[in-house]
Ligand binder design. Structure first.
Ligand SMILES: Cc1ncc(COP(=O)(O)O)c(C=O)c1O
Length: 361
């Protein structure tokens, strides 16, 4: 039996044909018409007015923050349980990340702790819809509105997830999506900023394109960089996003399978999803996840420890306050195989190995 990866991309023959046909038609590779088309399709799916492609989902967050002109000492609140990129993008754009605890109900930013962290220096809150969960999104939205703080959504895990009828990424000033390999659709690397604010959209267009609004001229209106995408990646992105609904359905089925088979094991904690949310990775929480990981490895099943708590990272330690809930879950979480390519026989095998691990205890 071959090894089961924790995650692998689903690239279909239709995707491959889309890339081939782009190359056959002598596309110039660089960001052009196809990227505009991808942005348009994306805006329609998310329900926002504007989408702007970027090379990845780190620079998307940095672009949004750069548009806020952060000054030294300006603070941006981020959850303690997220990928390090969320906090690093704050530093890249000149701000200071302030770590906030998460809610024990859904693993997303905790509104009660957020209120404690807000002060005069707070310029923005980055809300991470971790693993596609909405969490307390509308409560966070209200707090940001009352305190006049910019709400930015890091929706890297959230393509295909809705809160009620609204797609994630529509609750604040702007949001960020990622298309890296493990995501529900991938372009290898890639990211999208979404917003319905025209002024912000124009600023971000300039930030990503050397300070100009359009290519082919040398009129620079502000400082800007090269955060451009490529049309060859857009060929793949357009092909993949057309199957988003199908992909979300498969992710839900995979989660439901694991949940049905393993929910009776009282040593495992699941955080179930609502019907409108798309699980990105299958995350379970237990004591000593490293031991289960090693056991799965022996059976040719790869898994991955969830993100470590950011306040415990060496380079962030000066923020070293104890954040109980995130420190608890970030050291107990394990991501099980979650690829769209998984077959029922794989899921049967994985869950039987996990059951045998707990039966032998
Ligand atoms: C929550 C979160 N934010 C940001 C990123 C960064 O995205 P990228 O890898 O596209 O730079 C990731 C990547 O996985 C992520 O999980």
């Amino acid at each position: 039996m071959k090894n089961i990866n924790q995650i692998e991309p689903l690239i279909t023959s239709i995707d491959k044909n889309a890339i081939n046909s782009y190359l056959k038609n002598n596309g110039w590779i660089t960001e052009n018409k196809l990227s505009k088309k991808f942005e348009k399709i994306f805006s329609k799916i998310i329900g926002c007015k504007y989408s702007v492609l970027h090379p990845n989902g780190t620079l998307t967050i940095a672009s949004i923050l750069l548009s806020l002109n952060l000054k030294k000492g300006d603070e941006v609140i981020v959850p303690n349980y997220t990928m390090v990129a969320t906090a690093n993008a704050v530093i890249l754009s000149g701000g200071t990340p302030i770590f906030c605890d998460i809610s024990p109900d859904n693993l997303c930013l905790d509104p009660k702790d957020l209120i404690k962290k807000v002060n005069k220096k707070t310029k923005a809150v980055i809300y991470v819809t971790l693993n596609g969960r909405s969490g307390h999104i509308t409560e966070i939205q209200k707090i940001c509105k009352n305190k006049k703080i910019n709400l930015i959504e890091d929706s890297a895990h959230s393509l295909g997830s809705f809160y009620k009828n609204k797609h994630h990424g529509n609750f604040g000033l702007a949001s960020s999506f990622s298309f890296s390999m493990p995501k529900i659709i991938t372009t290898g690397q890639g990211g999208m900023v979404c917003t319905s604010d025209k002024k912000l959209f124009k600023k971000i267009k300039k930030i990503k394109n050397f300070g100009r609004l359009s290519d082919g001229n040398d009129i620079y209106e502000s400082i800007g960089y090269n955060f451009k995408f490529t049309d060859i990646q857009s060929a793949l992105g357009i092909s993949q996003i057309r199957t988003l609904k199908k992909r979300s359905k498969i992710k839900r089925k995979i989660f439901n399978y694991y949940y049905k088979e393993l929910k009776h094991i009282d040593k495992i904690k699941f955080f179930p999803f609502s019907k409108t949310e798309t699980p990105w990775f299958i995350d379970i929480y237990l004591n000593n996840p490293k031991k289960l990981k090693a056991f799965l490895n022996k059976h040719k099943i790869s898994s991955r420890m969830v993100y470590p708590p950011l306040n415990k990272q060496k380079f962030f330690l000066k923020n070293g306050e104890k954040l109980k809930v995130s420190e608890h879950y970030c050291t107990r979480g394990l991501w099980l195989p979650s690829s769209l390519t998984l077959k029922v026989k794989d899921l049967k095998y994985i869950t039987s190995v996990i059951k045998s691990y707990f039966n032998s205890k």
